[in-house]
Design a protein around this ligand. Structure first.
Ligand SMILES: [Zn+2]
Length: 285
């Protein structure tokens, strides 16, 4: 299946193998079809000047006003995870912890003059950081370790074909990691990075769809979506930014494609850990 055929088959893709709980409830069903269609049309996607991953896929709005930045699970944390699932360049000269590897990524981006970002939440409800892609990293790695075939199939449906060697590397590195720093430590590392963009998201999760956005240089305008549908949200993955981000990290085309594949697996696994089985997936193109 290609991106084109996927997009032409409305509601063809749901997260059948998802294990989480975020999905449309009874009260949201009336507006679900219309909202899905409008998000898929690209109506709520708008231009961003930033071209590398810098914000999370979380559907909630920032209490301080939303910045339009490329979205990937956990924001900059996606770069650490992609590195960890591939060649572990940023783990060199560290203690091997996810927090130390994340700090290496943040330092690299600072030196390159590139933006860094992620988020917390107004109400943490006992969660370490307020970002599910961060706080649930052990479960997300476990999902990659145990659902590799599902992830490979879904990635292919989104037009990302992995060869055996790349797929095996991602899964075996997910299996191999046993240390996970607390989510609050990674959040603190981001907060203490000069000029980092740390959003503070408000309200409850109300996501009903995952938008996989392939339109280069655009991202979801969550405030516009909230104005139209106050009770519905969309997870938004700016898949085009996986490529631009990977190219920033390496000049090697093979390694860049491995990093982009790792970002794809991390984002899909995050969606499957956070969302329920009826969560819809649409491609914005
Ligand atoms: Zn998040």
């Amino acid at each position: 299946m290609t991106l084109e055929t996927l997009a032409s088959e409305r509601d063809a893709m749901t997260l059948n193998c998802a294990i989480g709980s975020i999905e449309a409830d009874e009260s949201q069903l009336e507006q679900l079809d219309e909202m899905t269609e409008r998000v898929e049309s690209g109506e709520f996607h708008t231009t961003t000047d930033v071209l590398i991953i810098c914000a999370c896929v979380d559907g909630r709005c920032d209490v301080h006003g939303n910045e339009l930045l490329p979205n990937s699970a956990g924001g900059t944390e996606s770069i650490m995870v992609a590195d960890d699932l591939t060649h572990k360049r940023f783990a060199e000269n560290t203690d091997g912890s996810t927090a130390a590897q994340y700090r290496s990524v943040l330092e690299f981006l600072s030196e390159m003059g590139q933006p860094r970002g992620g988020h917390t939440a107004v109400e943490l409800h006992g969660a370490p950081s307020g970002c599910g892609a961060n706080d649930k990293l052990p479960a997300i790695y476990d999902f990659i370790a145990t659902h590799g075939a599902d992830l490979r199939r879904m990635a292919a449906q989104l037009g990302v074909e992995l060869d055996d060697a790349t797929h095996d590397m991602l899964v075996s590195n997910a299996v191999g990691r046993t240390q996970f720093s607390d989510g609050s430590e990674l959040l603190n590392d981001l907060k203490t990075t000069p000029d980092a963009k740390v959003a503070e998201l408000e309200g409850a999760h109300r996501e009903v769809i995952v938008a996989v956005n392939t339109k280069f240089g655009t991202t979801l305008d969550r405030e516009a979506l909230r104005a139209a549908y106050p009770d519905l949200q969309a997870f938004n993955v700016d898949a085009w930014s996986f490529v631009t981000t990977a190219r920033l990290l390496t000049d090697d085309p093979q390694e860049a494609s491995e990093l982009a594949a790792a970002m794809t697996y991390y984002n899909l696994a995050t969606a499957c850990v956070l969302a329920g089985k009826s969560m819809r997936v649409v491609v914005v193109k």
